[in-house]
Design a protein around this ligand. Structure first.
Ligand code: FAD
Length: 382
């Protein structure tokens, strides 16, 4: 492995790969991405890959809205030789409680103020969009047609290939084991394949971002949390949009290949690195999914897996330089929605690092909000 680089990016998920591309396309030379396993082996390759603009904070809504534009043109922009499979079948967010519905109204007001074309619809209109939706007790729903999902492996592959063409080097199966700092600045990164000197180090390690920050003595306010998902046998297309019921902690989509992918969040899941699959999850998701979408009771499960959310205290990302370790940047804390916002978080971070005008105020994602500043508090997380 090379002995020095201008920029070392730790983590080969979507955040690391997209950031490598955005720096390289802005003219930065000599970038190395270090990934301890294979690209997409972290949360990125385990995610539901949903892309929605229906958020309850302006910050997430802007990042997602602008990322949708990027996903729409990604095959062409990155000159991808395959297809990122971005399908805009919409997101239907259903609400069975009055509190939730009141929150959705506020969220939609934010979305409309940003030009996101979400509609508030009746239970009957929701059932016209998803005929097998259970509308007993449903108060209403919100629907945004331009939301959708993409293939996470292909998206990372597209960034990897585009970045590689611009000269970025990728070192897979290489672990970062330490970071050296001198006079308050990062100077080098230790890896399982040798040291590499660099004055800019980007921590895009998702669930492991806290472990990396500890290497420079900084305690990041993040924690890992297991989230499980499953895929069913493929069946005839019958569900266009992703369906989300926050009340049931459920998300459920049908992929272009006919399989359903779904998951439920578990509020009792401990802060832990555990990624084993559990029987309890299967029971829970089956109960919630067949309550909201009863027709699914006949589907057979093919496979289940789990991955880790990198949770921040307000469920919003951290994009900031580490205090007392100048040159070390954090891009983590995506709290279960890092895939969909990655195209634009990568732009924002690249702009900041290069001293360019940021397309939105990056300070909102700063570390200071955890030490007396104002938390962003995102309510629409599954
Ligand atoms: P990761 O993809 O986790 O990448 C971090 C990388 O760092 C890993 O590849 C890891 O191997 C590497 N690494 C760690 N330690 C080291 C080290 N010491 N040295 C070198 N490399 C190291 N998001 C959405 O937007 N939409 C969804 O529908 C969605 N559904 C999800 C469903 C599930 C079940 C899960 C688990 C997540 C979901 N997410 C979703 C969240 C999304 O997957 C993440 O927010 C996103 O993938 C984060 O990407 P990342 O590149 O920041 O982190």
């Amino acid at each position: 492995m090379q002995k020095s680089a201008n920029v070392v990016i730790i983590g080969g998920g979507i955040t690391g790969c997209a950031t490598a591309y955005e720096l390289a396309v802005r003219g930065v030379k000599d970038i190395v991405v270090i990934e301890k396993q294979y690209l997409s082996s972290g949360a990125t390759g385990r995610c539901g890959a949903g892309v929605r603009q229906q958020w309850g904070t302006e910050t997430n809504a802007i990042l997602a809205r602008d990322s949708v534009k990027r996903f729409e043109g990604m095959n062409e922009e990155l000159e991808y030789d395959r297809d990122i499979e971005f399908k805009q079948g919409g997101y239907l967010m259903v609400s069975y409680t009055q509190n939730e519905w009141n929150q959705y109204k506020k969220n939609v007001a934010i979305q409309h103020s940003l030009g996101i074309p979400t509609k508030m619809i009746t239970p009957q209109e929701a059932q016209e969009i998803v005929p097998h939706l259970n509308i007993n007790g449903l108060i209403g729903a919100t629907f945004c047609q331009s939301d959708g999902h993409a293939n996470p492996f292909h998206v990372v592959d597209a960034y990897y290939k585009a970045a590689s063409r611009l000269g970025v080097k990728f070192e897979t199966y290489t672990s970062v084991t330490g970071i050296t700092r001198e006079n308050g600045k990062v100077t080098s990164v230790q890896t399982s394949k040798g040291d590499i000197a660099a004055s800019i180090v980007i921590n895009a390690c998702g669930y492991a971002a806290g472990t990396i920050c500890k290497m420079v003595g900084f305690e990041l306010p993040l924690y890992p949390q297991r989230h499980q998902a499953l895929v069913t046998e493929p069946v005839e297309p019958c569900q266009g949009p992703m369906v989300i019921s926050l009340h049931h902690r459920l998300y459920c989509q049908q992929t272009p290949h006919g399989s359903f992918i779904m998951g439920v969040g578990d509020p009792n899941e401990p802060k832990d690195f555990n990624i084993n699959s559990s029987w309890e999850f299967l029971e829970d998701v089956a109960r919630q999914a067949t309550t909201v979408l009863p027709l699914l009771k006949n589907l057979r499960v093919v496979r289940q897996w789990s991955g880790l959310y990198d949770m921040s205290p307000d469920a919003n990302p951290i994009l900031d330089e580490v205090p007392d370790a100048k040159g070390m940047w954090v891009a983590a804390g995506f709290s279960g929605h890092g895939f969909m916002v990655a195209p634009q978080t990568a732009v924002l971070l690249a702009q900041k690092i290069l001293g360019q005008n940021c397309f939105m105020p990056i300070e909102r994602f700063g570390l200071e909000r955890f030490s007396g500043g104002e938390l962003l508090l995102e309510s629409a997380v599954v």
